[in-house]
Every structure is written in structure tokens, then in C-alpha cells.
Design a protein around this ligand. Structure first.
Ligand code: ADE
Length: 263
């Protein structure tokens, strides 16, 4: 998978993209990440990338030209007046080698990111991401360039760089082979619509607190039931909203009902 990231602050990504799972995935060739400094594509001696809004109200707006220029340079295409989406739509009738990846703008106005959106985005070979800054980006970037807008939650950060790191980390974990243990992502919290059951490691007793006995019993079938029930109980108490969408068996429903009745 390849990520092309458009930013005014490429240096922000260094530590995160060089360490741990992302660093290893890059070294092993599972993922390629290219950082593009939007300022490099801005016109004039001062390479200005922002300007004041026409509507007044203060703050600075990212100019459209440097962002369009960066995309056109990186993809080697000219964005038609009708917009980039028309190129994406024409992809099917052109040669298979011509691929126009989604262009995602990270913004608090986007659809709110979750594991299902991560799985959907991970089906693409390549993604372009635009990190917004200042008060926002010129609306024509939204209208004629961007094909998707994503928020990482209902709060406002200083820019799209950290949200981009969140997306990249989440998507890389879904690439087969990256985590080594293939099963790991399918057991993660949220991957089945529920929160994960609790984990323990050695020692079996720590400061007088023993681990649940079932974990030492060696009874695999009972352990599976215990994990499922822990997962359901945790989701019910912390994120009951998730239960309405999760896939639940009759036994799951009965267990949840027993919890609700306070049994
Ligand atoms: N830029 C600023 N805040 C953001 C958020 N919550 N999600 C995505 N991009 C952002």
C-alpha cells in the first residue's frame, strides 16, 4: 500500500513513521510513504500557502493553488475544470494501469473515522491525504479535488497531521503480514464491533491480586465463553451504543439480558 501525504510540516511525521510497527512495515516493503511539502509547490519568492478569508472573520485559509499543484505533480495528471472526481469516474474506461487514488482531506467536518471505514480504505492500493491547517482550506479544494473527508473525532486539532498519522497507523495494521500474527487484528477491540476482553500476564498473583481462575484452568471451551462474556459485559458498561450494531448470537443476547437484569 502507498500513502502520499501533503503537508506543510513533513518533519512532524519522522518519529512516528520510523518507529515500531509502521517503521518495520516500511522496511519490509509492505508500505511506502511519501511526504510532499505543499510549500514546495507554492508560487513566488516567499512561497505563500495561505491568505485571509474573503468573508472576513479572521484566521488564515490555505490557498487552492499550492494544493492542486502538489497533487498534479505527484500524480502526473492535470485536474480537469470539472474536478478530480471526473477522472476517478473515467478510470474504468481507461487502461487498467491508470489509477486515480482517493484524495482524502483530514478535517473536523469529515465523516467520523472508525474500524469499518479503515477496512474500506485499506482496500485501496494507494491513498492521497491532505493535511489541512489554519482555519481551513479554500472550498474549491473540497469541491474539485478532494473525494473524501475524514475526521478522527468531534474535537479540533491544530491540523490534519496527527489525524493522518492515526489513519496510516490504523490502515497499516490491516495489511496482511504486517502484524505477524494474522489473528491479532481480528481480535482487536472494535474489529468485531465489541470492546476486547481483559488481558493478564505473569505473575498469576501481583500485590495480592490474583488473575481470574478460568485462565489457569486449561479449559479452552469455557475460556472462549468467558472471553466473549467479558467482551459483552465491557461493551455494555462502557459503550452500549456499539451493541446495537454488533453481530450477536442468541446466547449473547441472553447474557446481555442477564446483565441488564442485574444477575
Ligand atoms: N483537523 C483538525 N481537527 C481534526 C479532526 N478532529 N479530524 C481530522 N482533521 C482535523
Amino acid at each position: 500500500m502507498r500513502f502520499d501525504i501533503l503537508t506543510l510540516f513533513p518533519e512532524m511525521f519522522a518519529g512516528v513513521f520510523e518507529s515500531s510497527i509502521i517503521g518495520r512495515a516500511r522496511e519490509r516493503g509492505y508500505v511506502e510513504i511519501a511526504l510532499h511539502n505543499i510549500r514546495d509547490y507554492a508560487a513566488g519568492k516567499h512561497r505563500v500557502t495561505d491568505d485571509t478569508p474573503y468573508s472576513g472573520g479572521g484566521g488564515m485559509i490555505m490557498k487552492p493553488d499550492p494544493i492542486f499543484n502538489t497533487i498534479e505533480h505527484v500524480l502526473g495528471v492535470e485536474v480537469p475544470v470539472e474536478g478530480y472526481a471526473t477522472l476517478v469516474a473515467s478510470k474504468k474506461i481507461e487502461s487498467p494501469a491508470t489509477v486515480y487514488p482517493p484524495i482524502i482531506l483530514l478535517t473536523p467536518q469529515g465523516r467520523v473515522f472508525n474500524q469499518a471505514i479503515a477496512r474500506e480504505l485499506a482496500t485501496h492500493e494507494r491513498l492521497m491525504m491532505i493535511c489541512g491547517r489554519y482555519e481551513g482550506v479554500d472550498e474549491r479544494v473540497r469541491q474539485y479535488l478532494v473525494t473524501d473527508e475524514i475526521s478522527i473525532g468531534d474535537y479540533v486539532l491544530s491540523g490534519g497531521e496527527i489525524p493522518t498519522m492515526v489513519l496510516v497507523d490504523t490502515l497499516i495494521r490491516l495489511i496482511p503480514g504486517v502484524l505477524g500474527d494474522e489473528a491479532a487484528t481480528t481480535k482487536d477491540s472494535h474489529s468485531n464491533g465489541l470492546l476486547e476482553y481483559p488481558h493478564y500476564t505473569r505473575p498469576p498473583e501481583y500485590r495480592g491480586h490474583a488473575i481470574p481462575e478460568i485462565l489457569l484452568s486449561g479449559h479452552h471451551a469455557k475460556l472462549e465463553i468467558w472471553r466473549r462474556q467479558q467482551s459483552l459485559a465491557r461493551t455494555l458498561s462502557r459503550r452500549p451504543d456499539l451493541l446495537t450494531k454488533a453481530e450477536l448470537s442468541e446466547a449473547d443476547h441472553a447474557f446481555i439480558e442477564s446483565l441488564r437484569m442485574g444477575e
